[in-house]
Design a protein around this ligand. Structure first.
Ligand SMILES: *[C@@H]1O[C@H](CO)[C@@H](O)[C@H](O)[C@H]1NC(C)=O
Length: 456
């Protein structure tokens, strides 16, 4: 995956001299030798060691959110059920009790102020009034907040405090949706979202510290519910990409890290959905059983907590929930959309001891038939915002349709000389030029708005 980055950023205010870089252009990072100043109204903001970008603003650092993208490699071959429901039972003893039904039921979803700001800034640059109005509607659609670097964990406390305050003021209960995304040697089969921690350099201990910091924030706000997507792409890579040395080397750290995160998050009442790739990745017949076994093993290793709700699919990808006709790229795989994939893997999970539920990312799935190969994941041209988040999913297996990837944040840079360049970001179907993963990609956002289906 790709991912991203973000962070709380250090802002470099550089002396304004020379021709400054335009808004959203690169202004620093490893190997960068161009202008490090930004036009008036923008600040050169360090997003990660590889990339600084001119972001709107006049000084105050902002947090950038990141996002990932999904990967990659596709395998080669081809392959229904239900669950109970209930409601929640908070306890005051410190040990939370999980609801047996849909954890989204009865809650409002908190809107990420970071993403709302990105959308506001993006809309401000759109001159066409009707397009601008449609772009602004995206502000009111909930997305997940990505915690892709340890420096951002404090932001979780800010969001939880805000959600807690709003909930009390409005007499409502809020959910904050987060992505836990900082495993050491992250994105082992791709380049665009390599992370900050290296296994060779204390990465596993650093990761536990990262999880502990998230958990410490959650514990302070028991009235706000947190729903987490756990480590996009990581375990899916363990199913199909063990021919990649970095993935082989990361196996222990990934599995132990995910189990650690699940245990700690469950202990403070966070509902987790482990990332499970998508139909074009683990949905191939040859992958379904190994994938289901792995996920069920992880669930059991983490103590089979009822807070570990299930799996998240299609995170940052483009697949339809239920395609009206199979996209030609799906040929050879009978699971041509996410619903088919979920219906195929669910019984195998049950056979292995896990009655898992699902959430499905449809944030950028509005348009189909836009890829030349199913494995293409990077800034796919022609994509549009998709089905809105809803609990009316049409399947008892699916708790919610969600927007995990904040549309408009790039999947990866198309700069072939950048250290995190991944060739998937240079293919014919990729929208170019593209900035670093997780940073704002204005043209791409505008295209998502224009291509949105349903229309905005
Ligand atoms: C592409 O990346 C290289 C290496 O980081 C950098 O020197 C160059 O300025 C970048 N080009 C653009 C257009 O950002």
């Amino acid at each position: 995956m790709l991912k991203i980055q973000s962070l709380s950023a250090l802002v470099f205010l550089l002396p304004l001299v020379r021709a400054a870089q335009p808004i959203y252009a690169q202004c620093g990072g490893t190997g960068y030798s161009g202008d490090t100043t930004c036009v008036s109204g923008a600040v050169c903001t360090k997003l990660n060691e590889f990339y600084s970008q001119c972001l709107p603003g006049s000084g105050a650092p902002t947090t950038t959110v990141s996002t990932p993208t999904v990967p990659s490699t596709t395998p080669v071959t081809t392959p229904t059920v239900t669950q109970p429901g209930t409601t929640t039972v908070p306890t005051s003893t410190g040990v939370p009790t999980a609801v047996s039904g849909n954890p989204y039921t009865g809650y409002e979803i908190y809107l990420s102020p970071y993403y709302a700001k990105e959308v506001d800034d993006a809309a401000a640059q759109i001159s066409d009034a009707s397009l601008k109005a449609r772009a602004l509607k995206v502000k009111d659609i909930p997305t997940f907040v990505w915690f892709d670097v340890i420096a951002k964990t404090g932001d979780l406390g800010t969001y939880l405090a805000d959600a807690d305050r709003k909930g009390k003021a409005e007499g409502k209960k809020y959910i904050v949706q987060i992505v836990v995304y900082d495993l050491p040697d992250r994105d082992c089969a791709a380049y665009a979202s390599n992370g900050e921690f290296a296994i060779a350099n204390g990465g596993e201990a650093n990761y536990r510290r990262y999880v502990d910091q998230l958990v410490a924030e959650v514990r302070k706000y028991p009235d706000v519910r947190v729903i987490a997507v756990i480590e996009p792409d990581s375990l899916a890579n363990m199913v199909t990409n063990m021919d990649v040395a970095k993935c082989r080397g990361a196996e222990k750290a990934y599995k132990e890290g995910v189990v650690y995160a699940l245990q700690k998050l469950s202990a403070v009442g966070v509902y987790s959905y482990i990332d499970a790739g998508h139909a074009g990745w683990l949905g191939w017949n040859a992958n379904l059983t190994p994938a289901a076994r792995l996920y069920a093993d992880i669930y059991k290793s983490a103590g089979s907590s009822p807070f570990i709700k299930g799996l998240a699919t299609n995170v940052a990808n483009y697949n339809a929930l239920s395609a009206s006709s199979p996209d030609p790229v799906t040929q050879g795989n009978q699971n041509t959309d996410e619903l088919k994939y979920i219906n195929a893997i669910s019984p195998v999970l049950r056979q292995n001891g896990w009655n898992a539920q699902f959430i499905v990312d449809q944030g950028r799935s509005g348009r189909q038939n836009i890829r030349n190969e199913w494995g293409e994941w990077c800034n796919v041209r022609g994509a549009g915002f998709g089905m809105r988040p809803t609990l009316s999913t049409g399947s008892s297996l699916i708790d919610a349709i969600v927007w995990v990837k904040p549309g408009g944040e790039a999947d990866g840079t198309s700069n072939t000389s950048a250290p995190r360049y991944d060739t998937h970001c240079g293919v014919a179907s990729a929208h170019k030029p593209a900035p670093e993963a997780g940073t704002w990609f204005q043209e791409y956002f505008v295209a998502l708005v224009q291509n949105a289906s349903p229309t905005l």
